[in-house]
Design a protein around this ligand. Structure first.
Ligand code: SF4
Length: 464
């Protein structure tokens, strides 16, 4: 390997993709490459793609074209594409539209990257073997020490009719409990204070090695949870009565030195009573992201979401009973195939009833290969989708502004992530952006604060 070979990674999409890019980074670093923030300087250029929206996919083509000009000065340049786009390109049509791409593979084939590079240029990349067998075994190169993503599951079996993920990432695969705990312990040893557990349906986690749950794990003894708190019998568990995701949260809570646990994205259909109880565990942040997508039962059915608005509202009520002050986030898709104005009003109504703190709104766009693209007409006009999107956006701003006022005068804590011009900023326990006067060395620490002013998107505080 020659000295000072550089790589550059461009990441589109969700937190899962960001964590995948940290793994690509980890692997390339392990074979001697250095990271650069300047594409022109790189010897290996990667795009980690997202197929959830057409726009993100379209941008890939533009970058690949643009990068070809670097070949004039770098004839050995390697351009690679991974992520959702190769994952869903079963017939190879997308790859054909991308001349000038040397590597094209789905993310679960990442362990083969060192070998693929060697095959392309043995002179530059002498190592010829796959460095690891499993995706999970690749150590991510983290951006920051104090907060880390930890992927616990990959893929999805749910097949919501609008979604490309099951095609792009394949069947759900759960990571062994032992490996998850090992990774988090190592992160904490290295100064990590907060972990975000990632999975497409994170609360459907099933440990392939359940024997590794601790004997005294509260959630391996459902009768204790149900009995002590008067909850109805849990809705989902294995033959021993263990809810694996709640039990995993309990295990992570026992790790000394870790301060905050956050996870995304949960599916309402799998939310058990044990998981509701796990929201009260000490290190659980005071925030839950619970995607609902629509407030209308016919639309939910058409989306193949396996719950009703009544189930969702009941779940939110139960969650707020156990943790009344929890901040709630969600996702909505507006203008899904033939969604009427009346059906959309059910979404507005559900929004008001749940009093969300934050929500992400998408205007539906058909993704090729999905059931919705094959079976339903994308027939809500662009203008109407935009109008519905704006209705939710306005509602969110109004509700969030009002809800934030309750924090005035309250104590909180902030994991400091940034420092600019005398101001520290980071997330409160509710994962709300909070700013206060501080010093640069506070970055990466948790600081106690008192909220002195609120706005829609920022809580202003003073350090205690
Ligand atoms: S649960 Fe539905 S929306 Fe989420 S990744 Fe799976 S198919 Fe997509």
């Amino acid at each position: 390997m020659q000295k000072n070979k550089y790589y550059y990674i461009l990441t589109f999409g969700c937190q899962m993709n960001k964590n995948d890019s940290e793994r690509i980074s980890g692997l390339l670093t392990s074979i001697g490459l250095k990271e650069t923030k300047t594409p022109k300087k790189a010897d290996v250029l990667f795009i980690n793609t997202c197929s959830v929206r057409q726009h993100a996919e379209d941008r890939v083509f533009g970058f690949v074209r643009e990068w070809q000009k670097f070949r004039i000065n770098k004839p050995n340049l390697i351009v690679g594409i991974t992520g959702c786009l190769p994952g869903r390109d079963k017939d190879g049509k997308l790859q054909k539209k991308l001349p000038g791409v040397d590597l094209f593979f789905p993310i679960n084939e990442l362990p083969t990257l060192a070998r693929r590079l060697h095959e392309l240029n043995p002179g530059l990349f002498p190592g010829s073997l796959d460095s690891v067998e499993e995706y999970w075994q690749i150590e991510p190169k983290l951006d920051k020490k104090y907060s880390a993503f930890v992927t616990i599951q990959n893929g999805c079996n749910n097949f919501c009719t609008y979604c490309v993920v099951p095609y792009a990432r394949g069947q759900e695969k759960n990571r062994p409990l032992k490996e998850i705990l090992k990774e988090i312990k190592a992160l904490v040893k290295n100064g990590c204070l907060e972990v975000t557990l990632l999975g497409q349906v994170v609360n459907n986690y099933q440990a392939p090695d359940k024997k590794n749950f601790s004997k005294n794990n509260l959630f391996c003894h459902p009768e204790l949870v149900s009995g002590s708190l008067g909850m109805p019998k849990q809705v989902r568990h294995d033959s021993m009565g263990t809810d694996h995701f709640a039990a995993l949260l309990w295990e992570i809570n026992q790790i000394k030195g870790l301060k905050r646990i956050h996870w995304t994205a949960a599916d309402p259909q799998y939310f058990s009573d044990q998981q509701i109880q796990a929201l009260t565990l000490l290190k659980q942040v005071n925030f839950l992201h619970l995607p609902v997508q629509s407030g209308n039962n016919q639309i939910l059915k058409k989306m193949n979401r396996k719950y009703t608005r009544e189930n969702y509202l009941k779940l939110v009520k139960k969650i707020k009973k156990v943790r009344p002050e929890i901040a709630l986030g969600t996702d909505f898709i507006v203008g899904f195939c033939a969604e009427t104005k009346k059906q959309f009003l059910d979404t507005v109504d559900l929004y008001k009833k749940c009093d969300f703190d934050i929500s992400y709104h998408a205007q539906y766009s058909a993704r090729s290969g999905t059931v919705a693209a094959k079976m339903f007409k994308d027939n809500v006009s662009r203008e109407e989708k935009k109008r519905r999107w704006q209705v939710l956006q306005d509602l969110m701003e109004e509700i969030t502004y009002r809800k934030n006022q309750k924090y005035l005068g309250q104590k909180n804590s902030v994991l400091v992530d940034n420092f600019v011009d005398g101001w520290c900023s980071g997330n409160s326990e509710e994962m709300k952006l909070t700013r206060f006067r501080g010093v640069p060395k506070m970055i990466g620490t948790i600081q106690p604060v008192k909220i002195i002013k609120t706005s829609t998107w920022i809580l202003w505080a003073e350090k205690l």
